[in-house]
Design a protein around this ligand. Structure first.
Ligand code: GLC
Length: 485
């Protein structure tokens, strides 16, 4: 067995101070170090638009929410902290997998109402959404014709509901409000007899036979995967992002043995990405494909997981992070505070990235109250400060102490976010803002206030005089100064 390294990338600061170490941390997929700009101009254009959006919603949802356990991983026969089987069925592997897959016959999220989610996400200032159409366990949250292990099969009680094809409903609801739409899809499928062939027992997360020894069997898996993705690319309206997880399904020659978890991949698991992406882009021109951790033409942005790069990256990237401790719904999960999430967003954006924040819907089809509460708090902050977030790019000096910078991509305007320790913004009477390469500052304003800010030049930037009234307007989490030059 092999393990994910906890912190392989020295260039990355694990923001454990913000998030605490948790289960979702330990499972993390580490990020590609290489990047290839896509040749396709339409993809380049969409990537540029996507980079303006900054803040997205991720949702991990499946039958696993009924038990409130980790998404999929409890049926993976590896002995890791996050794969442990719990509950009354845990004693034997086979008994557990059977009971797990039987969750299909009780899944009935009757409170499912994607319009309610969109409303909350939109208020928070989120602009795109990525949903788990199928996770590693293979349960399709869409009306696939390739398997009956799906939400719309008659065995699933929710199949009688008019909104049973939840992927379609979610995509339509978010698209109506102009969100970019992303389909998370797991390449590995632990239900498919062509991935975990019942002739052999599954041994770990990987395919359980050698595809080169049994090419016909593997071909069936390739066809199955292609067909499912084709369904998603043709029957669900406009899709902007295809987010492919499960980086161990990859051509053997792309395995990087310097990375712990990739050393465990014994077989060539080439699913023919050029063919899949070609089909997908024919149906969805300009589609952003994120074949995460497989550098090349099909990894159009990189995906640091549960962490923020210490320095800006030169390529498009997105930190995906859980709002609670887990990707999946866990009753009583501990949610990050509004304060932490806002400051996290500022840090990510100041380094040129996007933040994809995950909420795991529960088995009733709704989110925990905390999720709505946090989105509301973030929205209140965004109403005042969103101007410095959207359409921005990173700019030196990126950050200095508690000050984080962004730059509007079209105007000569820099934003300096001053993060505060407490909820309430409490600025000192005089504040130094270091600036790089700016000869002449024309104007400084505080977002959320009509009053002008006085400043004078200082050795390596400007020094602001802060009127006491600024601390009385009720700003929270972080104040943002707009600096025109
Ligand atoms: C981790 C988890 C996986 C989850 C993914 C989201 O890799 O192992 O279950 O879907 O993070 O980024």
């Amino acid at each position: 067995m092999f393990k994910f390294p906890k912190y392989t990338f020295i260039a990355f600061t694990a923001i454990s101070c913000l998030t605490g170490l948790n289960a979702a941390h330990a499972q993390q997929h580490n990020m590609s170090k290489q990047y290839q700009k896509p040749d396709d101009q339409a993809v380049q254009q969409k990537l540029d638009q996507w980079q303006d959006l900054k803040f997205g919603l991720f949702m991990h949802w499946g039958t696993y929410s009924e038990w409130g356990v980790v998404e999929s991983w409890s049926i993976c026969p590896e002995d890791e902290g996050w794969t442990q089987r719990k509950g009354p069925h845990g004693a034997t592997y086979d008994g557990y997998k059977k009971a797990y897959e039987n969750l299909q016959t009780t899944f009935n999220p009757v409170k499912f109402d994607p319009d309610k989610w969109v409303k909350a996400a939109k208020f928070a200032g989120m602009k795109y959404m990525i949903f788990t159409t199928k996770h590693h366990d293979g349960f399709s949250m869409f009306d696939t014709k390739q398997t009956d292990y799906k939400i719309t099969d008659s065995k699933t009680p929710f199949s009688k509901n008019p909104k049973a094809n939840v992927t379609k409903e979610i995509f339509n609801s978010f698209r109506k409000e102009n969100f970019m739409i992303g389909a998370y899809f797991s390449k590995p499928d632990w239900h498919s007899p062509e991935y975990w062939w019942p002739y052999f027992p599954p041994k770990d997360r990987n395919v359980n036979y050698d595809p080169e020894k049994y090419p016909e069997h593997w071909q069936k898996f390739k066809d199955f995967t292609y067909n499912q993705i084709e369904e998603l690319m043709t029957g669900y309206g406009k899709v902007d992002i295809l987010w492919l997880d499960g980086g161990w399904v990859r051509p053997k020659n792309t395995i990087d043995t310097a990375i712990d978890w990739q050393r465990g991949i014994k077989f060539n698991q080439d699913i023919d990405m050029p063919k899949i992406a070609g089909m997908a882009r024919k149906n969805q021109p300009g589609l952003i494909v994120v074949d995460r951790t497989v550098s090349g033409q099909y990894e159009n942005y990189t995906t640091p997981e549960q962490e923020v790069p210490a320095t800006p990256l030169s390529n498009p990237w997105e930190t995906c992070m859980t709002m609670g401790n887990s990707w999946s719904y866990v009753p009583g999960d501990h949610y990050k505070s509004t304060h932490d999430i806002v400051q996290l967003l500022v840090k990510v954006v100041s380094r040129g990235g996007n933040l994809l924040m995950n909420i795991g819907p529960g088995p009733d089809g709704d989110w925990a109250d905390e999720a709505y509460d946090r989105l509301n708090g973030i929205g209140n902050w965004m109403k005042i400060n969103g101007e410095g977030i959207y359409n921005s790019r990173s700019v030196a000096p990126y950050s200095a102490g508690d000050i984080y910078y962004t730059k509007n991509k079209d105007h000569n305007r820099i934003y300096a976010f001053v993060l505060t320790k407490q909820e309430k913004v409490d600025l000192p009477a005089s504040l130094k803002i270091p600036l790089n390469d700016i000869k002449k500052v024309k104007k400084v304003t505080l977002l959320g206030s009509a009053q002008k800010v006085k400043w004078k030049d200082s050795a390596d930037g400007i020094e602001l005089s802060i009127p006491a009234s600024f601390n009385q307007i009720g700003l929270k989490q972080a104040a943002c100064f707009a600096i025109d030059y």
